[in-house]
Design a protein around this ligand. Structure first.
Ligand SMILES: C[S@@+](CC[C@H](N)C(=O)[O-])C[C@H]1O[C@@H](n2cnc3c(N)ncnc32)[C@H](O)[C@@H]1O
Length: 273
């Protein structure tokens, strides 16, 4: 692959780069957060999100500031969230980075494929991409992974594949930059995107999560979900819908279906009066 010619992106590029967020789930070492900020800034991004950090003040720790070096501004504007679902709110495509292969979960890809898929996604004006990294000792939980649309690995030495989290982030940020620069250099997005139907765009994570809550209520209402013996039905349903990348129109359609299921169950329930 030929590298992009210029390492400086043009004035119209930041929009594309600002629609990529890096999410660190429960980071424990301030130095890793600082190094992550530096990695993000060197690659031209600026959006860092933390989920439930071990220390609520981790962004202001001296070690974080020292390792951020000149990227203290990334730490200053970083956001903390209580849950990964919150951190993914407006995103439409999230990659869960993991060194471990998972038996279940969204479709896998490697980091280079993830960057190419991100470039295609970000050609849509309202799309947002998340790169999600796990906590230092245990990585991402299966629950975290099912909130993402893809599982992504960095194909390192199979005998020793677990990178330091900020180094994994650095590689991911580089691949993203490499894939996005040609897009950022385009004078404007192709006309097909300017004319496209927004309803066909991928729905944001928060809309999909709200739909899933509604779907769960509908399954309860029609008796398909037994609250006393739910087994794995809910996580499996959630995974199926999340993996399939619903559009905004499809989310609306499923919500309409949920409303109809709940109404019909209510009508079928005998009234005691
Ligand atoms: C130190 S690793 C966590 C190691 C943990 N023992 C595990 O098995 O997931 C911290 C994070 O860095 C990222 N990471 C490290 N090596 C990676 C690799 N080879 N591919 C993708 N992500 C990696 C993942 O997000 C991971 O959760």
């Amino acid at each position: 692959m030929t590298p992009p010619v210029s390492s400086d992106f043009p004035a119209d590029a930041p929009d594309i780069f600002s629609r990529v967020r890096f999410v660190m789930v429960s980071p424990t070492h301030p130095g890793n957060v600082g190094s992550a900020a530096r990695a993000i800034k060197t690659m031209g991004f600026h959006d860092l999100h933390l989920v439930a950090p071990a220390d609520p003040d981790i962004l202001r720790q001296p070690e974080a500031l020292a390792l951020a070096s000149g990227a203290g501004d990334i730490l200053a504007r970083a956001c903390s969230h209580a849950s990964l679902a919150d951190a993914l709110g407006p995103t439409t495509l999230a990659f869960a980075l993991t060194a471990r292969a998972r038996a279940i979960g969204p479709p896998p890809c490697d980091i280079r494929e993830a960057a190419v898929q991100s470039a295609a996604e970000l050609a849509l004006p309202d799309a947002r991409v998340a790169i999600v990294l796990g906590t230092e000792r245990t990585g991402l939980s299966n629950e975290d992974i099912t909130l993402c649309q893809r599982v992504c690995h960095i194909p390192a030495n199979p005998a020793y594949s677990s990178l330091n989290v900020s180094q994994a982030l650095q590689l991911a940020a580089w691949e993203m930059r490499y894939a996005l620069l040609p897009l950022a250099g385009a004078a404007r997005l192709p006309d097909t995107h300017a004319r496209h139907d927004p309803g066909s765009d991928p729905a944001s994570s928060e809309r999909v999560q709200a739909m899933l809550d509604h779907f769960e209520q509908a399954l309860l209402a029609v008796g398909f979900l037994d609250p006393l013996h739910p087994k794995k039905l809910v996580p499996r349903m959630r995974q199926m819908w999340t993996r399939n990348r619903l559009s905004a129109d499809e989310v609306d359609m499923v919500r309409g279906l949920c409303t109809a299921m709940i109404r019909s169950a209510d009508r079928a329930t005998p009234q005691n009066d």
